[in-house]
Write a protein that binds this ligand. Structure first.
Ligand SMILES: CC(C)(COP(=O)(O)OP(=O)(O)OC[C@H]1O[C@@H](n2cnc3c(N)ncnc32)[C@H](O)[C@@H]1OP(=O)(O)O)[C@@H](O)C(=O)NCCC(=O)NCCS
Length: 157
């Protein structure tokens, strides 16, 4: 059996995935804190406009949504000086463990660095440290904020 034929697209070019992306991000990070779906839909609209610093990537197997990662200006209240960030990394459960998450994170980081910034940042719970370090992110800080997050960066090579 062959694996999925996954393509990664800019959400601007594949707007029919907007609802799937909003749904996954909302369920994973916003719904548990009581935010309505419209809140994340509003944030995601920023990735549909002309601002090249805001980007949402979609991994898909034809018309089937597989995963997503975004580049956003700010992600961590405690580090307002750092920008941009790779955030909202999600792969649907049936597609996990075959390299799609790593690939989409690296594509988002590359897109951010290609805009000319010196570094791109990412924050995650410590349980994800091995995953991000293995694909080349540098651990800059631990235990940041209430959630005791790791903060990583990736620089232009
Ligand atoms: C975190 C997440 C995005 C990873 O996505 P993924 O597609 O499973 O990621 P990858 O397949 O690239 O890597 C996952 C694991 O599979 C392993 N793997 C990668 N390619 C592989 C392959 N071809 N064969 C076997 N294993 C492989 C990786 O080494 C990695 O191992 P680890 O869990 O010990 O780090 C996904 O689990 C997810 O959506 N989780 C919920 C949301 C979340 O936590 N997001 C991150 C917020 S910071």
């Amino acid at each position: 059996m062959t694996g999925p034929a996954v393509t990664v697209s800019d959400l601007r070019d594949t707007p029919h995935f907007f609802d799937a992306v909003a749904d996954r991000i909302w369920r994973a990070w916003w719904e548990p804190h009581g935010f309505p779906l419209s809140h994340i839909e509003g944030l995601l609209e920023n990735s549909m406009g002309k601002d090249t610093q805001s980007l949402c990537l979609v991994a898909h197997d034809g018309a089937r949504f597989v995963g997503t990662a975004s580049v956003i200006a700010s992600d961590l209240e405690e580090r307002p000086d750092l920008t941009p960030w790779v955030a909202a990394v999600w792969v649907d459960p049936p597609f996990r463990g075959i390299g799609i998450g790593g690939a989409i994170v690296l594509k988002a980081a590359r897109a951010a660095l290609d805009t000319g910034v010196v570094a791109v940042h990412l924050c995650a719970l410590p349980g994800k440290r091995a995953f991000y370090e293995r694909i080349g992110w540098r651990l800059d800080e631990k235990d940041v904020g209430e959630d005791r997050l790791d903060v990583f960066s990736m620089r232009r090579s």
